[in-house]
Design a protein around this ligand. Structure first.
Ligand code: TYD
Ligand code: MG
Length: 460
């Protein structure tokens, strides 16, 4: 395409230039110029003048309304076909909403999408655009998933203008782009997957979705380090950001909402990857507890909370004499800084000094627990390993620890207690601040206010 369709804009000051230079001539910053579609060209892309005037340019002038006059029709939601996915979406897909599904390559994004679309296509029209795989590959996967007779429209293409033209014709209610990194628009010269292409194609899809009330699901690859930052630049453009995560060596997969304009965040959906696709795990609570051995030292069951759902996870610790000047503090699935802080608290307020010990703490099953309610479980696991004393296998714990050694209440105490009951544990150490209103005939509840008390109960 002609050169004058793109400009180079400084990401620091916004100045625009016809050519790329290493330094912005305006503000003097280095390496800030990025290719962008110039405004005129973005409006008259290949769709043709008439269509683009309707769908690509400005929407008809909006009226000013009083807040109280805005009519509130209940947000209509369509089920994605998978209850675990609906849970993360806040109850289903909202008409006209744009969802970004990010995750490592190979984690199962295409599988999840194909399963969901196959179920969705029974009720609504769907269009699956694949820029990565051929139609045959998708058909093969559908075969494997047992959904090959689904009424699903497939398009193997990666040129944005083509895709929009097809979408205008097919008028799907759900449009999936797998993946946004493979799309390119003719108005930019940079390669597919570059930040400029990702941003431009996504923003035009978002505009298309809003104007035609189409639900759009954008699939995007992210590496753990966020290095290939493609999808990150999209997070502010879309309504909902979901991340699909899991460990390489585990079949469990979690879908997590990072941002949701139509529901709660930090909600998780749990799946297991099998030979025939993803299976929903509707009661995942017991899944992360793996107690092969009774009386193992260094193991504690934590009652955690993910979104609206309590989750019991096993925290394991290993404390070992260190040969290093700076003993190691290593965590997997937990905050490293927090562990260092907790070790200082246990030294000051419970009298155990671990300054010459290596401390490793791990959460089983590849889950990440970042809430402070994990504090007590972490310290009890550490002390259990340090003292070589196993804890009661029927014990579960939760509670935040403050710097003065006090045990602080946490959110949703009652939900956690109910979950512990449900899974047949018999003893629960919890913050005293959470016990009001909690009654249980099945559980021996131990309310504590200080770390010292908790340690005494746990090891008695
Ligand atoms: P895929 O959906 O292609 O991942 P992504 O789109 O995120 O890159 O899934 C990749 C992996 O899932 C692949 O290594 C094979 C595995 N898989 C199964 O184990 N069972 C199945 O039924 C399917 C379809 C895939
Ligand atoms: Mg894929």
């Amino acid at each position: 395409m002609a050169k004058n369709k793109t400009v180079y804009a400084c990401s620091a000051c916004g100045a625009q230039f016809p050519k790329w230079t290493g330094q912005c001539q305006d503000c003097g910053d280095w390496n800030t110029l990025q290719e962008e579609a110039s405004y005129a060209s973005a409006g008259t892309a290949t769709l043709g003048a008439k269509k683009s005037a309707r769908f690509e340019g400005f929407a008809p002038k909006a009226k000013v309304q009083k807040l109280k006059q805005v009519s509130l029709s209940a947000t209509p939601r369509a089920s994605s076909g998978l209850a675990e996915l609906d849970r993360v979406l806040g109850g289903g897909l909202v008409a006209g909403s744009i969802v970004l599904l990010g995750g490592d390559p190979g984690i199962g994004k295409s599988t999840l999408i194909l399963q969901s679309l196959a179920l969705l296509s029974a009720k609504s029209s769907t269009l699956y655009v694949t820029g990565e795989e051929s139609a045959e590959q998708i058909a093969l996967r559908a075969n494997r998933l047992g959904v090959s007779d689904a009424d699903l429209a497939l398009l193997a293409d990666n040129q944005l203008e083509d895709i929009l033209a097809v979408a205008l014709e097919v008028k799907p209610s759900v449009l999936v782009i797998d993946s946004i990194q493979t799309l390119y628009t003719e108005t930019l010269q940079s390669a597919p997957g570059s930040v400029a292409q990702v941003r431009e194609t996504a923003s035009r899809l978002v505009r298309f979705g809003k104007q035609t009330k189409t639900i759009i699901i954008l699939v995007g690859h992210v590496t753990k380090e966020g290095a290939l930052a493609g999808p990150r630049v999209l997070e502010h453009m879309v309504d909902t950001v979901l991340y699909f995560e899991g460990e390489q060596n585990s079949s469990f997969r979690l879908v997590r909402a990072i941002k949701n304009r139509f529901g709660a965040v930090n909600e998780i959906g749990v799946f297991a990857m099998t030979d025939s696709g993803l299976k929903e795990v509707s009661n995942p609570s017991a899944m992360f507890i793996n107690r092969a051995q009774e009386n193992a030292t260094g193991s504690v069951v934590l009652v955690s909370q993910e979104g609206t759902r309590p989750l019991l996870v096993e925290v394991q610790a290993l404390v070992d004499q260190s040969s290093l000047a700076n003993p190691r503090r290593v965590t997997v699935g937990l905050d490293n800084q927090r562990l260092a802080m907790l070790l200082a608290v246990v030294n000051q307020h419970a009298g155990f000094s671990l300054y010459d010990q290596d401390v490793f703490v791990n959460v089983i099953g590849g889950v990440k627990i970042l809430e402070p309610a994990a504090d007590l479980a972490i310290l009890l696991a550490v002390l259990s390993s340090f003292r070589g004393a196993a804890l009661d296998p029927n014990l579960a714990v939760f509670g935040e620890i403050g710097l003065t050694g006090e045990i602080r209440p946490v959110q949703r105490g009652l939900d956690r207690v109910r979950e512990v009951e449900k899974l047949g544990f018999t003893r629960l150490i919890m913050p005293k601040g959470n016990v009001s209103g909690v009654k249980s005939s099945k559980l021996d509840i131990v309310p504590v206010t200080t770390l010292e008390q908790a340690v005494r109960y746990a090891f008695d």
